[in-house]
Structure formats: C-alpha cells, structure tokens
Design a protein around this ligand. Structure first.
Ligand code: NAD
Length: 511
C-alpha cells in the first residue's frame, strides 16, 4: 500500500473527521501517530474528552442490556463474522500495525492472525460457557452454578500489541455477553480506529450496535475516569507495572474487578545438556524479536558455566548476522525494526550505560543506529554480567533488545537467580534432561515462579489456547484461552428445591 490513507480505503472504513491524513499538525485535542521507522507523522487523530467518554460509557450500559439478551451461540456468530473480516484484511491491517508501531511485516500480520485465532476460539466458547451442578446435601434439591454476562468492560491496551490484546479481551467478552469500551495507547491510535471500526461495522450489519466501543484520550482526561467508573465492573489493563499499580488501586478502591497484564523480566535457562541448535535461535528470537518490545521478551539469559563460552560465541555470531538486517519493518528480509520513539532509545542508552557502570561487559551492540530512514533504531545488544552476578539494572524491564547474560554453577543457583526479580510473566529452560525439566516445572511450586514456563521453547510467542498472564508484579491476570473467559462473567450459585418441603442446610431446624 502507498500510505495509511490507502490502507483505510482498502478496509472500506470512513474515518473522517476523527482521522486526518493531510496538514497534520500537533496541537491541542489531537494526537499525532508517527511512523517509528521514519519519525514522520502518519496521521492526526482527534482526542476524546470527558463528554465523549461519558457518551461511550452510558451507551455501553444501554448496549449491554440488549447484547446480553442475545443467546450466546448467536453472539458467537457475530464474532465468527468479525473473525472472517479480519482474515480478509490481514495483510492490510498487518501493514498498518507495522507502520504504526514498527513491527516487521511477519509480526504485524501475526498480530492480526491472533485476532482471527481468538475469534475462532471465542466462537467455540459461545457454545460452552459451562456451569456446574453439585450434589446437594438436601433431598430433591439441585445445587448449581451458572455464568452470566458481567457488564460493559473497560479495556486498556499497551502500544506494543496494539490489536491482539484488544481482541483477546473484546472477542471473549463479546461471546460472554459483555460490551467493550477500549482505550488504546496514544502511540497506536490508528490501529485501534481500524480494528474497532471493523468489529463495530460487522456487528452493526448484523443488528447489534454499540458492542465494540472506542475512546481515544489521554490518561488524565479519559484513562483515569474510565478506570474509576463504577458502571464498568471489570477493567482489563495491559501495560507497565507502574500503570498497573495505579489502575489496580483505583479499581480496588471502588471494589471493582481488575485483570492486569503488566511488565515482564523474562529469563531463559540454558542448562549444561541443552541442545544448542534449539536454544540459540529461540534465545535470539526471544531477545531481539519485535526489537525487544514484547512483554515476553527474553531479557536475562542464565547459562551453565560449562557451556558459557560456547553459548556466548554462538550468540555473538548470531547477533552479528541479525544486526545486518535492521531497517524498514516492511522490507523483505528485515528482522529488527525500530523502537517506538526517541524516549525508548534514551531508555536503551541509559540501561546500557548503567550496565557498564555496574561491571557489565558489552559483547555486542550497545549503540543507537543512525539509519538512513531516520527513525528510532538501536543495535540488538548482548551484555555479560560480571562474574559476581551482581547487575542491578537487569532487575528492571527496559523495553529494548538488551539481553543480559549470567553464568551459573548448579541448577538450584539458576532457579534462585531466575526467580529473584519482581516480575513473573514468562520463563524457559533448555535441557535434554527429564529431571531438570521437571525441576523447572515442579508441582510443589518451587520451580519457575512465572505464569508461563516453557521447556525447549523460548519465552515469547504464546499461543492463544492457553491462559496468558503472569504472577507477582506482572499482575496475576489471565487472558485469552483456557478458562480466562470466567473473568468476563459473573458466577451465580443456585439451590433449587423440588422436594415440596422446607429443609435447611447443615441440618438446622428452625421451627
Ligand atoms: P504504559 O503503561 O505506558 O501504557 C499502557 C496503557 O495504559 C496505555 O493505554 C496508557 O495510556 C494507559 N495508562 C497509563 N496510565 C494510566 C492511568 N493512570 N489510567 C488509565 N490508563 C493509563 O505501557 P506501554 O509503554 O504502552 O507498554 C509497554 C508495557 O506493557 C511493558 O511494561 C510491557 O511489558 C507491558 N505489556 C504487558 C503485556 C502482558 O500481557 N503482560 C502485554 C503487552 C505489554
């Protein structure tokens, strides 16, 4: 496609006057969406304020009453049609993701594929949403649980998954009978306009208006009031731990429900017996893919000291190859796109400087890249921790392709190093030993303390079928597959008396 304007035209979406492609000027009431690969503006998007937020939340409350009355399998048919529309527009939407947040083409399209996948999953779910029946202690009584629609929900998304995270929430919420009010990152408003526009168009064409709603605004005017609003029984928020701490407190203050998907600081253990032909490519993809801007990015590598020189040598060689492929995310062959903005480059530079001052040794990279495109490129970077293993900067999530490499002597030491950070999202071990793998996954909970623990697979690139999320400062939320749908429904327990007598539980007599 020639431009973002052409992409919107190919999607058949009328986005004026919210989105302007010409005469894009910064100013009050607009946010400019920049292409991180060039630093140049793509379009200006009009910001919503308090009154638009009120319109959306009040409208969502009304739409919810109508939507929850639609049978779940019929709601599933709407989601099926939405999934089909995303299937049809995968290439164009993937390109929009690439243009707006700098993902390489395969990853931009992969993100739209996640929407298709979760829509498929939600369609199946729409025929299930199973409750339970329990044996009652009273004769001719039935004890059961059913799951009911929860309400309009708020969905806050991060810039780095500008489409998929919304879909994980909105597609599942929709089959559960909920309406979604989406507040996207101001770094990716165009993807939000396109994705919500498609879902809303399909639902409307099938007679269901207002199930998918969008508010684009800053955190003070729109984000904070959305989080505080009691009409939204669930706030699902994806982003930094800083954001989650704030959102979690505000929602707890009104006794609402929160689903938090926050930062990670993911480690990969490469044990002495690892198959390096598996481990090295998985580590490189995990650390460098999406230019290190995934919540599941591999940030810490823990290598058994007996193979540390070999692993370091192979990784350095792989990084040298990958570094030849930094550039235009949409060009064939590019493996590393830009960081999202100049501030992210500053964060990268500051982290490298801190690592050096703390005794780390830069094995590869460490510098911003002055690319002919302009943009916000940095080198994929490999930093060896000092022999003491003390490298405080590695306890922080820097959203950039920096991998800190540590040596360890025995597995118990590796487990302790693995679990010592505040975050608990994703983790991985490479080993050919059954016992070592089982130690990592130990059923007594003494293994990996993360929500995701992989064996001979890297930390990033989750499938939608399992529940996705992390522990500790990552927030404890679970989204996407498995039984994550329960977060979007309310549970009701019922005792039904068919005995014709009034019998109390616990054998209590009250006569
Ligand atoms: P961010 O925290 O800066 O912003 C995330 C979202 O929260 C944005 O929409 C932002 O506008 C909103 N927000 C921030 N403060 C708010 C407030 N007070 N009230 C309401 N909304 C508020 O994060 P980011 O830079 O966009 O994304 C990167 C971060 O997200 C990383 O830490 C990454 O690990 C994390 N992330 C986590 C997951 C996960 O599933 N665990 C997935 C993607 C990204």
């Amino acid at each position: 496609m020639e431009s973002v304007r052409d992409i919107f035209a190919s999607l058949g979406l009328q986005v004026g006057p919210r989105v302007r492609f010409d005469g894009v000027q910064p100013g009050p009431g607009v946010v400019i969406s920049d292409n991180p690969a060039t630093g140049r503006p793509l379009a200006a998007v009009t910001l919503d304020g308090g009154s638009e937020l009120e319109t959306q939340i009040a409208g969502a409350t009304a739409s919810f009453r109508a939507w929850r009355a639609v049978p779940a399998p019929v709601r599933g048919q709407v989601v099926r049609a939405i999934g089909d529309e995303f299937r049809r527009h995968k290439a164009a939407l993937g390109e929009l993701v690439s243009l707006e947040v700098g993902k390489i083409r395969a990853e931009g399209e992969g993100e739209i594929q996640e929407i298709v996948d979760i829509a498929d999953f939600a369609v199946g779910l729409s025929r299930q949403l199973p409750g339970s029946v329990f044996p009652s202690e009273r004769s001719r009584h039935r004890l059961m649980e059913q799951w009911l629609p929860l309400g309009p929900i708020g969905c806050i998304s991060a810039f780095n998954f500008p489409a998929a995270v919304w879909a994980w929430n909105a597609m599942v919420a929709a089959v559960c009978g909920d309406v979604t009010v989406w507040k996207p990152s101001l770094l990716a408003p165009l993807t939000a306009v396109a994705c919500n526009g498609i879902a809303d168009r399909v639902a409307r064409s099938m007679g269901h208006e207002g199930v998918f709603r969008l508010v684009i605004g800053d955190d003070q005017t729109v984000g904070e009031p959305l989080v505080a609003d009691r009409r939204l029984p669930l706030i699902s928020a994806t982003g930094s731990c800083r954001m989650g701490r704030r959102v979690g407190q505000v929602v707890a203050g009104r006794l609402g429900r929160c689903l938090l998907e926050l930062g990670g600081n993911n480690a990969c253990i490469v044990h002495a017996d690892a198959d390096l032909s598996l481990a090295i490519p998985a580590v490189v993809f995990g650390a460098v893919g999406t230019a290190g801007q995934r919540c599941t990015t591999t940030r810490r590598l823990l290598v058994h000291r007996s193979i540390l020189p070999e692993v370091t040598r192979r990784l350095t060689a792989a990084y040298a190859q990958v570094a030849q492929r930094i550039g235009d995310p949409l060009a064939a062959g590019t493996l590393v796109g830009p960081l999202i903005n100049a501030q992210a480059v500053q964060g990268f530079t500051a982290a490298v400087a801190a690592a050096k001052s703390q005794g780390g040794t830069v094995l590869f990279g460490g510098e911003p890249v002055a690319h002919p495109l302009g943009g916000h490129f940095v080198q994929p970077t490999l930093i060896a921790a000092p022999a003491s293993g003390q490298l405080p900067i590695a306890r922080h999530e820097t959203f950039a392709p920096i991998l800190y490499v540590f040596g360890y002597d025995d597995l118990e030491q590796a487990m302790a190093m693995h679990n010592e950070v505040d975050q608990g999202l994703s983790s991985a071990i490479f080993t050919e030993s059954f016992r070592v793998a089982e130690r990592f996954l130990a059923a007594d909970g003494s293994g990996s303390d993360c929500g995701i623990a992989n064996v001979n697979c890297g930390t990033s690139g989750a499938e939608i079928g399992g529940a996705f999320g992390g522990e500790k400062d990552t927030g404890g939320g679970r989204e996407s597959g498995s039984d994550s749908w329960k977060a979007y429904m309310r549970r009701q327990t019922s005792a039904i008396n068919a005995s014709g007598r009034m019998e109390l539980a616990q054998g209590i007599r009250f006569e």
